[in-house]
Design a protein around this ligand. Structure first.
Ligand code: ZN
Length: 819
């Protein structure tokens, strides 16, 4: 009887994904949704002593966000001690020689495998179930789990998995099977959920970041991706040049080691088409595999060729774009049918190769992690810089942005200190005020802080563009003063957990209130005032409101967000008055436009209410009756007009706004509406409305050809001298930094007015070829048309939710510039 019972337990512990789902993960045209994935993994955790499931929190749309912890039962019983050990290895300042010696014998290595961050890259969401099952049941793997903790995130975006699976199921068996989605697979940021890893704006990013840098500190992070359909079958590191200056040589070599180990395992298994050194480089900070590298963790990704979601496709060898056989590609793929199951198999082999490598070389991975942290601390002690100092308001124009930058660093595990008293630093008797925030570089995650605070100088290798953007310096994008101090100094510092602005207040007496509109929080307050029906008068470079209700709203916002308001006796004021919230339409094309999502997210953070409009709404016309402002996100004129072709997407989502929609938008402007065009959509307005504006970069910014202007994601300075008197620039400083990503630069004539202009040599961080072409050109333009107007942004004012320094221009454009 006893034997039978044991057998029954063993049998249920070994219940496979197929037994739970009714199909093997990776089967053609079958996809498990999040409920099925979660149900299987919860069941496995209940039955297997090797597997634990934790819910880290809720996703943007409220689904449980899961983390699997897979290790031996003995390790499961001491997870708290193992986490304490990881914390010591990650911060060697606390690590004595005796402790290190002990950890070298007792501490398992920790790796994290993260699946399905990009929801259409769907295979890994299915693969994770098989990987967990095999780790829990396959003797060759389970016996490695004394030396190893395997953390698995089964989906980095469960909302998106369900979005993709339901789309796939709905159109399976039709001509649209496996085709593109008409909307984003993350509520706000779509594919940019893997561009958010230093800024941590989104819920999922925050959950994982907290787990990584305050709880688990894994030595290796492996992010599982897919790419297009027609190239090599799998990319694994080594990555491509250039290498960011903040990456230690041993870290780069460790990345190479993991990648080549994976490739060897894949070729050992008889698989082909595995390549190194494709377009993915080691320059950019912000992806899920790159932010951990600034935390001394080996961060890698793999990129498998995609099928048509779960449907197979067949490729003749000559139609596959692959490099010739060589050291980075020793086994070309012969072509044939490529299936979901192939991707699952490649990803499984790569994952298990990582498990075997780290279990076998546990001591080396631990030692390397500790040594990397120690070298960061030593480099920080040596100075250049010794620390960054963020002086407090009023030295900062926007207290909320100042606190926000500090909180971004804190979320990334960086130590930030506050000066309890004034101190001298930087030579020449320079004194910083009490309340200054200090980021010392002698800390283990120095590379993360330094890379976010310093200027990027990208140098192309072999004339290639960077994989993502070239520059991201946060003090520039956020409009925050942060000063590098090269030499050591002494100060009375107190460590902080979070930073909130010193509460602002209403100064002076009277029932009329003057806002200088210098902070983003004042735009939030203006939105609240207008939503409450409180009139706002634009008077020169200030905003004026009156009365007890306005006082109440302002006092609350000023206290929370740190801006000052001046009260004066009521007097008559010259200016234009807004009496309510403008009726704002935000256009959402059926192309899954990420900039639209970020715009929506930023509006919501600042209480700016909007109505989402689609092609059908525009085509119906009479837009002026419904709206005061229409915002077009960054999208080409062609994309706006024609959208996605009806051979690729169902008819109701095909064809863009078309002629009818474009004419309705033109009528809206002529009839008194305000059209706000973000970057690419400027081209649409220029041509449809015959604006006296030329984008001198039109058609040029798309490639890295030597003779052409090229800036693939850089920060430029602009001057606003010419823009005074426009509602768009109320409260904005005379010069600021803008984010430019293959953007536009305008010449204007006639009634068009340049509100912001490029100076000589405008590049501030990143890369630009032929930047002299920008000198004197306009970055921001306002054009009256009929009784309305068009505002053209030749840059990205709310880029990825990062550019707090230019949010204000967008807020003014929608809140103040409307009729
Ligand atoms: Zn991806």
């Amino acid at each position: 009887m006893h034997g039978l019972f044991a057998l029954a337990v063993l049998f249920s512990a070994q219940q496979s994904p197929a037994a739970s789902l009714g199909f093997e993960p990776g089967t053609d045209s079958m996809l498990a949704d999040w409920m099925q994935v979660a149900t299987y993994l919860n069941g496995l955790a209940q039955r297997s002593p090797f597997v634990r499931v934790d819910t880290l929190g809720r996703t943007t749309e409220g689904r449980p966000f899961l983390l699997l912890t897979i290790t031996s039962p003995a390790n499961q019983a001491r997870l708290a001690a193992i986490k304490r050990g990881q914390q010591l290895l990650a911060d060697p300042r606390l690590l004595t020689d005796a402790l290190l010696a002990e950890l070298r014998t007792t501490q398992p290595a920790v790796i994290l495998i993260s699946n399905n961050i990009h929801s259409t890259e769907v295979a890994s969401s299915q693969m994770g179930m098989t990987l967990a099952y095999r780790l829990a049941t396959e003797p060759a793997l389970t016996r490695l789990l004394d030396s190893l903790v395997v953390l698995i995130i089964p989906s980095m975006n469960p909302d998106g998995l369900d979005t993709v699976v339901s789309w796939y199921r709905r159109y399976k068996g039709t001509r649209y099977e496996g085709g593109p989605l008409p909307w984003l697979y993350h509520k706000y940021v779509g594919h940019d959920n893997n561009r958010d890893w230093f800024m941590v704006t989104q819920v999922e990013t925050r959950l994982v970041t907290r787990m990584l840098y305050t709880e688990w500190f894994p030595e290796v992070v492996y992010d599982v991706h897919q790419m297009g359909q027609n190239g090599v079958r799998l990319f694994v590191p080594p990555f491509q040049d250039p290498v960011n200056p903040n990456l230690d040589p041993a870290l780069v070599a460790g990345i190479n080691l993991v990648g080549t180990q994976m490739a060897a395992a894949l070729y050992d298994a008889g698989l082909t088409g595995v390549a190194h050194q494709l377009s993915y480089d080691l320059w950019w900070h912000g992806g899920f595999r790159s932010t951990p590298t600034r935390h001394n963790m080996i961060g890698i990704l793999s990129e498998a060729a995609s099928a048509r979601l779960a449907s197979p496709l067949t490729l003749a060898r000559e139609s596959v774009r692959q490099p010739p056989r060589g050291v980075n590609y020793p086994g070309p793929w012969p072509g044939g049918t490529w299936r979901l199951g192939d991707i699952v198999r490649y990803e499984l082999v790569a994952s298990e190769a990582l498990v075997r490598l780290v279990a076998r070389e546990r001591g080396e991975f631990l030692d390397r992690f500790v040594a990397l942290g120690r070298r960061q601390i030593e480099a920080g002690r040596a100075g250049h810089p010794f620390a960054y100092v963020l002086p407090p308001p009023p030295s900062q124009r926007d207290p909320e942005a100042w606190a926000g930058l500090a909180n971004v660093l804190l979320a990334g595990g960086v130590e930030v200190w506050r000066a309890a008293e004034p101190f001298e630093a930087g030579g020449g008797g320079h004194t910083y005020a009490a309340g200054s925030l200090v980021v010392p570089m002698a800390q283990p995650f120095r590379a993360h802080a330094k890379d976010l605070l310093e200027i990027q100088h990208y140098t192309p290798v072999n004339d290639r563009p960077p994989y993502d953007v070239a520059g991201w310096t946060l003090p520039l994008t956020m409009g925050v003063r942060a000063e590098a101090v090269d030499a050591p100094f002494a100060a009375n510092l107190v460590k902080v957990d979070s930073v909130v602005p010193v509460p602002g207040r209403i100064e002076g007496t009277g029932e009329m209130f003057v806002l200088r509109n210098q902070t983003n929080a004042e735009s939030r307050a203006v939105a609240a005032l207008l939503a409450a029906g409180q009139p706002v008068t634009i008077a020169g470079d200030s905003l004026i409101v009156r009365g007890p209700r306005a006082r109440h709203i302002l006092a609350e916002h000023a206290a929370l967000h740190g801006f000052m308001v001046t009260a004066v006796p009521v007097a008559s004021v010259q200016g234009r008055t807004r009496r309510q919230m403008p009726r704002i339409a935000l256009y959402q094309p059926w192309t899954g436009n990420i900039d639209e999502g970020w715009t929506r997210w930023v509006f919501e953070q600042y209480g700016i209410t909007y109505t989402t409009v689609h092609d059908g709404d525009l085509r119906q016309g009479r837009l002026r009756q419904r709206f005061d402002v229409i915002v077009l996100p960054d999208e080409s004129a062609r994309g706006l007009l024609h959208g996605v072709d009806s051979t690729r997407i169902p008819l109701q989502y095909a064809g863009g706004m078309g002629e009818a929609g474009a004419n309705a938008v033109s009528d809206f402007v002529r009839g008194g509406g305000t059209l706000v065009c973000l970057d690419g959509s400027s081209g649409f307005a220029i041509s449809r409305l015959n604006l006296p504006v030329v984008n001198i970069l039109a058609g040029e910014a798309s490639g890295p050809q030597v003779s052409r202007f090229y800036a693939p994601g850089s920060i430029f300075g602009v001057a606003l001298g010419g823009g005074r008197g426009s509602s768009v620039t109320v409260g904005v400083p005379d010069s600021l930094q803008i984010y430019f990503e293959n953007s536009a630069a305008f010449t204007v004539s006639g009634t068009a007015r340049a509100l912001a202009t490029y100076p000589a040599e405008p590049l501030r961080s990143g890369y630009a070829r032929l930047q002299e072409r920008l000198e004197g050109k306009a970055a921001l333009v306002e054009v009256p048309v009929g009784s309305g107007r068009v505002i053209l942004f030749g840059f990205r004012p709310q880029f990825r939710g990062q550019t707090h320094g230019t949010f204000k221009l967008l807020f003014n454009a929608v809140l103040l510039a409307a009729p």
